[in-house]
Design a protein around this ligand. Structure first.
Ligand code: FAD
Length: 488
């Protein structure tokens, strides 16, 4: 029977879920607190500069394709993709960097020039990573995280040992050069935990990186938000922005209404794509499934300090994406996960969308995005933000051998406090809850509330986890669960 479904938030997971639920024939309305949609993947425009506010790496293009295919569409019906070459650069010192190209053969050759024999080793490693990708991304992540049995398949039983070793150990057994090790450890950072805490099986992220490549939607990641919005509207979804849910009303263990600006709105089913912890605070205490102690004990993915910067000239010696690994990775990781504090010497990441998309900046100018991963819940002040901007921009100038400080005509920062204010993010996390062995699949917060019959969750704090492709999958999983429960 057709249901009225209220969805909280308009991030990728909520947008995806809305499409599937509307396709099932339900009446679906999305309520978003901010004045624009996309959640952490919002877009920010200023003085002719355009920035994606969150995700910028378009990885796993097959997951996006599979999403649109569920609606008999293709990504090309909505947006154009460009494969980046180089995919990215990794800086290790002054004018000292490694470029990762857009195909495995060239990457193997690059490895070989750095460590003899590593090209062949890489081929074997990526073959194994592909086999894990085929198991994980084509199958396992599309399971709803209800039972441990979901993880037991003929393929995973053969790979059991990969769940008890770590990505870090595995890579170190095969490669000796510290730079190559760092490059190979980078992709699992997207899962939110340290490589030394991430099971080897998750090296499928290395296949996503070297095997499938880094893509860029022609005018940025927001193209994908716009595409899913268009699809959702075609399917009949209503989207309301500037609509903050203040409370979910529960009677007899059933959510009956949501409250926005004091107005009661009835719903047969409530689905939240907002941060899980925040959603539970919209319920009276007796209806919350997870305690504060539970959240406190989880490993959260980092928060971040971000800068959106407009330069009045082109920035040189840099590709679209660049990682700055010229300082001690382990120390920065310890400052995030072990003893949370602002890192003395931070690693950072920068992207320059106007290198690929000329419309992202006025003619002859450049838009730049800088990111420093930080511990969630860390103290955040304007003074600290400025201090760290100075640190990384000085380093950027030195490493890339140019002066750009005096060419900044625009700058906006975004940090932990903004993640809390703008997205109601638990401890100001940027990427949700980390995917560690003990926080994977059925061990993550559930898609369906354990206490309220018709309350569901989607997004990066539930299954399968952080990232845009997982958010799309999460939307599909929750919509299927709802359909299964309310079929009659
Ligand atoms: C800086 C940054 C860089 C990233 N880089 C990448 C990348 O390169 N590649 C990649 O794949 N992933 C990346 N990610 C991760 C990816 O962006 C996220 O995993 C994904 O977008 C999360 O989507 P979501 O639907 O789970 O949640 P969100 O996008 O957080 O959506 C939740 C929505 O709920 C809304 N909301 C909250 N409370 C309420 C309320 N009470 N009422 C109404 N609405 C509410 C919020 O405003 C928000 O719009 C990045 C994330 C960040 C922050």
């Amino acid at each position: 029977m057709k249901k009225t479904i209220a969805i909280i938030g308009s991030g990728f997971s909520a947008l995806a879920a809305a499409c599937y639920l509307a396709k099932q024939g339900n009446t679906v309305t999305i309520y978003e607190k901010n004045d624009s949609i996309g959640g952490r993947a919002r877009q920010f425009k200023k003085d002719g500069f355009t920035f994606d506010m969150g995700p910028s790496w378009y990885w796993m293009p097959d997951v996006f394709e599979r999403f649109f295919l569920d609606f008999d569409k293709k990504t090309t019906d909505y947006y154009e993709l460009i494969k980046l070459n180089p995919a990215y650069q990794v800086y290790f010192g002054v004018d000292d960097f490694i470029s990762i190209c857009d195909n495995l053969e060239t990457i193997k050759a690059t490895f070989e020039t750095i460590e003899k024999g590593s090209g062949q080793e890489l081929e074997t490693f990526i073959k194994q990573a592909k086999s894990n990708y085929d198991i994980a991304i084509k199958d396992l992540v599309y399971r709803p995280g209800i039972s441990p049995l979901e993880l037991i398949t003929p393929e995973t039983t053969l790979k059991l040992s990969l769940f008890f070793s770590t990505v870090s150990n595995d890579i170190r057994k095969k490669f000796k050069n510290e730079r190559l090790i760092q490059i190979l450890e980078f992709p699992v950072l997207f899962l939110g935990a340290k490589p030394s805490k991430t099971p080897s099986f998750y090296n499928f992220m290395n296949y996503a990186d070297f095997g499938l490549g880094t893509w860029h939607p022609k005018t940025g990641m927001f193209d994908v938000v716009r595409a899913i919005e268009k699809l959702a509207i075609e399917l009949g979804v209503t989207i309301k922005t500037n609509s903050t849910i203040e409370k979910i009303v529960v009677e007899h263990k059933t959510a009956t209404e949501i409250i926005i600006d004091g107005k009661h709105i009835k719903a047969d089913i409530v689905l939240s794509g907002a941060d899980y912890h925040h959603t539970e605070t919209l319920l009276d205490k007796e209806h919350r499934a997870y305690s504060e102690k539970y959240w406190e004990s989880r490993v959260f993915a980092p928060s971040s300090l971000l800068f959106f910067v407009g330069f009045d000239k082109k920035v040189e010696n840099i590709s679209h994406h660049a990682l700055f690994f010229d300082v001690d990775f382990n120390q920065h990781a310890a400052d995030i996960y072990d003893d949370p504090k602002w890192p003395e010497s931070p690693l950072f990441y920068a992207n320059f969308p106007s290198k690929t998309d000329l419309s992202a900046a006025p003619e002859g100018m450049e838009s730049g995005f800088f990111l420093i991963p930080l511990a969630p819940g860390i103290k955040d002040t304007e003074v600290l933000r400025e201090e760290y901007f100075k640190k990384i921009i000085d380093r950027f100038e030195k490493l890339t051998q140019q002066k750009i400080k005096n060419n900044i005509i625009f700058k906006r920062s975004f940090c932990k406090n903004d993640f809390v204010t703008d997205y109601n993010a638990y401890k100001g996390n940027a990427y949700g809850m980390a995917n560690t062995l003990l926080q994977t699949a059925f061990l993550r917060p559930k898609l369906k509330s354990k206490k309220v019959r018709n309350l569901y969750f989607t997004g990066q704090l539930t299954v399968p986890g952080p990232g845009v492709p997982p958010a799309l999958i999460s939307g599909k999983l929750v919509a299927e669960l709802i359909q299964k429960t309310f079929r009659s």
